[in-house]
Design a protein around this ligand. Structure first.
Ligand code: GSH
Length: 197
């Protein structure tokens, strides 16, 4: 299985973490997002990573979809709860963590594109969203105690905040989440995939 990725992408990191947890071997194809390969653009016309090209010809273009495929491909260790209530709580937290990543990426790009004159109101609004979402995850941290998909997404989202918006992590108002993150970060899958500039 081949994964198109970058070492900085929090979305690709989640896929790599899930693959490592499940012992799935990925052939990693690093992309330069300023000069995307023809193969990437052929597989994903939108031009985003991660993209998975599976051995059976399946091509998948979004981290959540790829993680769902990996869960189906290698069921153990399960990263998705069986029972309906925990399943839907996990799916929702996974979406919240992805939203947190999206907002952090937006802050990073706005400041990258306009370092001197970024849109202050936009940034303030997004930073408020980041803090509010971290508090939400802090309140729901008991649903992250098993290392499920939402836990992987949350760890990668916080890792990306640390990487790109260091001033926003840790938060005094998120003591439980901080403790959870400090512990979970010791996992081999997260240690091996720390974002690299
Ligand atoms: N919803 C997508 C988001 C993927 C995404 O935004 N990837 C970024 C890198 S972190 C990207 O490929 N950006 C390049 C571009 O938009 O041209 C997912 O979950 O995989």
């Amino acid at each position: 299985m081949k994964l198109f990725y970058t070492k900085r992408s929090p979305y690709a990191r989640k896929v790599r973490v899930v693959a490592l947890e499940k012992g799935i071997d990925l052939e990693l194809q690093e992309e330069d997002l300023t000069a995307k390969s023809e193969e990437l653009l052929r597989l994903n016309p939108v031009g985003k990573i991660p993209v998975l090209a599976a051995d059976d010809g399946t091509v998948l273009c979004d981290s959540s979809v790829i993680c769902e495929y990996l869960e189906d491909y290698q069921k153990q260790p399960a990263m998705v709860p069986d029972a309906p209530a925990p399943y839907w709580r996990m799916v929702n937290l996974d979406a919240v963590a992805k939203g947190l990543t999206d907002v952090t990426v937006a802050v990073f790009y706005e400041k990258l594109i306009h370092p001197e004159d970024y849109h202050a109101k936009f940034i303030a609004n997004k930073e408020e969203t980041i803090v509010r979402t971290l508090k939400y995850l802090d309140a729901h941290v008991s649903d992250l105690k098993d290392f499920n998909m939402a836990a992987a997404a949350t760890a990668c989202a916080i890792g990306y905040i640390q990487f790109r918006a260091r001033y926003l992590w840790p938060q005094n108002s998120c003591q439980r989440l901080t403790q959870w993150y400090d512990e979970i970060s010791q996992r081999e899958s997260l240690q091996q995939t720390v974002p690299v500039a």
